[in-house]
Write a protein that binds this ligand. Structure first.
Ligand code: COA
Length: 170
């Protein structure tokens, strides 16, 4: 499988936020933003792997500033790293007031996307090659986050197995 650079799958989605996206105070729902983050990440992952993908996880996400009705929100998704069957995609969300041109960083998120074969089973993904210093920094940091995610998953599973061994039904 020939390796690809992050530029080959980088994806930008844009959405002009309307009243249907907002609560009664005119602030955009966090869930609306999370759905579009997931969509942008999925598109980047599908373009990279040329496979169907599912979202395995989305890391903790902090909303840095409120986004308001009338703002143009862009979702910039980049594949940071590709492993065996999974990829990390980073999504940066920016909100622009089109009347003033002011752009604010609204939030960022890291998602783990898993490629599936035609039977719906996890399958090998295209390797990622980092060619710029920025791509290499993203790849290195993605490795650190993956180590934490997998360690957390393993610790939770170990804890549950230990409790089950003691007769608990957790
Ligand atoms: C994601 C899913 C396919 C993983 O299945 P699984 O049986 O755990 O498969 P594996 O253990 O082989 O894991 C597959 C990959 O996902 C990674 N992964 C699984 N759970 C993960 C988690 N919580 N965080 C990070 N990575 C995870 C594994 O490390 C592995 O990656 P690798 O092959 O590159 O090392 C399965 O849990 C699933 O289908 N979940 C539901 C997905 C979904 O419905 N999403 C929302 C709609 S898109």
């Amino acid at each position: 499988m020939e390796a690809k650079e992050p530029d080959q799958s980088r994806t930008v989605l844009a959405h002009w936020m309307g009243v249907a996206d907002a609560n009664a105070s005119g602030y955009i729902h966090g869930g609306t933003i999370m759905k579009l983050v997931d969509e942008a990440a999925a598109l980047a992952a599908v373009r990279h792997s040329q496979r169907r993908t599912v979202t395995a996880s989305m890391d903790r996400m902090a909303f840095l500033v409120p986004v308001q009705v009338g703002e143009l929100v862009t979702f910039n998704a980049t594949v940071n790293a590709a492993w065996n069957t999974s990829m990390e995609v980073g999504v940066r969300v920016e909100a622009e007031n089109p009347l003033t041109g002011e752009v604010r960083h609204a939030c960022s998120a890291f998602l783990t996307m898993v490629a599936l074969d035609d039977q719906g089973q996890p399958t090998q993904v295209t390797p990622l090659v980092a060619t710029t210093a920025e791509d290499e920094r993203r790849r290195r940091e993605a490795e650190l986050r993956r180590a934490h995610r997998l360690a957390e998953r393993a610790a939770i599973e170990d804890g549950r197995r230990a409790l089950a061994g003691e007769g608990s039904d957790v």
